[in-house]
Design a binder for this molecule. Structure first.
Ligand SMILES: [Zn+2]
Length: 264
């Protein structure tokens, strides 16, 4: 496994306690070190504004840039922007594009260990009626998916964060070449991700929502994985897969009720 990580990701930070803070990276790094996986670590390249504009509107990107330059503020009730958010967000997006390129070159697992997160960020910011941006700035998974699409055609995104990836769905709604499979807890933030949301006209079937009941456990996820996710992957046979890997379905995480363990 190769890891793309930069200290600049810690520059996106709250003034006082907030669940999305730099400590998340420190905990992840600690866990990787304990498992002897903190070996191939590289500094990612920074994305250009033009890369971000392939995913987000100019108005939204300029808004984030302006807010970041003027210091700290909350963009909505959940989501903050700080002085170094702009640099962190561009680098997070660059890391995501880079892992996609690396995966096409050599078969392996590439981890973009990044902040700020992205899957709730849609084309113009808040997506599909969500009340907030849910801590997200730029949609990093979308950056990886577009990079893969340019080079390899059909793309699969698997999003197993406990919340629905509404931003990702918004961005690729009409794009039948981007298959987005989303496992999430039913009935919580951001409110979207119903099984009937299947993609826009001409892209029907490319969006596969798998809302899971509250308190789902490992065996529930394994069942869905074996019965639905794996057959789809076998059918499509993608060259690489983007995994939008939020770990908040882990038991005791506190943001949701799922009870996944490290057992599998
Ligand atoms: Zn989440």
């Amino acid at each position: 496994m190769e890891i793309l990580y930069s200290e600049v990701f810690k520059g996106h930070k709250p003034l006082r306690y907030h669940p999305e803070n730099p400590k998340r990276l420190e905990f992840a790094i600690e866990g990787l070190k304990e498992r002897d996986l903190w070996i191939n670590v590289e500094e990612p390249p920074r994305a250009e504004i033009n890369d971000i504009l392939k995913v987000h509107s100019n108005e939204y990107v300029k808004k984030i840039q302006g807010l970041s330059e003027s210091g700290f503020s909350f963009i909505d009730l959940d989501t903050y922007v700080s002085l170094h958010t702009w640099e962190a967000a561009l680098t997070a997006f660059g890391a995501s594009m880079q892992v996609a390129k690396l995966a096409l070159k050599k078969k392996d697992v590439y981890l973009a260990l990044i902040r700020p997160p992205g899957h709730h960020a849609g084309k113009k910011g808040r997506a599909l009626g969500a009340p907030t941006l849910g801590f997200c700035i730029f949609n990093n998974a979308a950056g990886a998916a577009l990079t893969l699409k340019e080079k390899a055609g059909k793309v699969v995104i698997i999003d197993f964060d406990v919340h629905h990836g509404n931003g990702t769905q918004d961005i690729f709604w009409d794009d039948g070449d981007v298959v987005h499979i989303d496992l999430h807890e039913s009935g919580i933030y951001p409110g979207s991700g119903d099984i009937y949301e299947i993609g826009g006209r001409g892209a029907e079937g490319s969006k596969i929502n798998l809302p899971m009941p509250h308190y789902s456990k490992d065996d529930d996820y394994v069942f869905v994985w074996q019965e639905i996710v794996l057959p789809i992957l076998e059918d499509i046979g993608p060259r690489a897969i983007v995994v939008s890997a939020g770990f908040d379905a882990f038991k005791g995480d506190g943001l949701a009720t799922m009870e996944l363990s490290e057992r599998f």
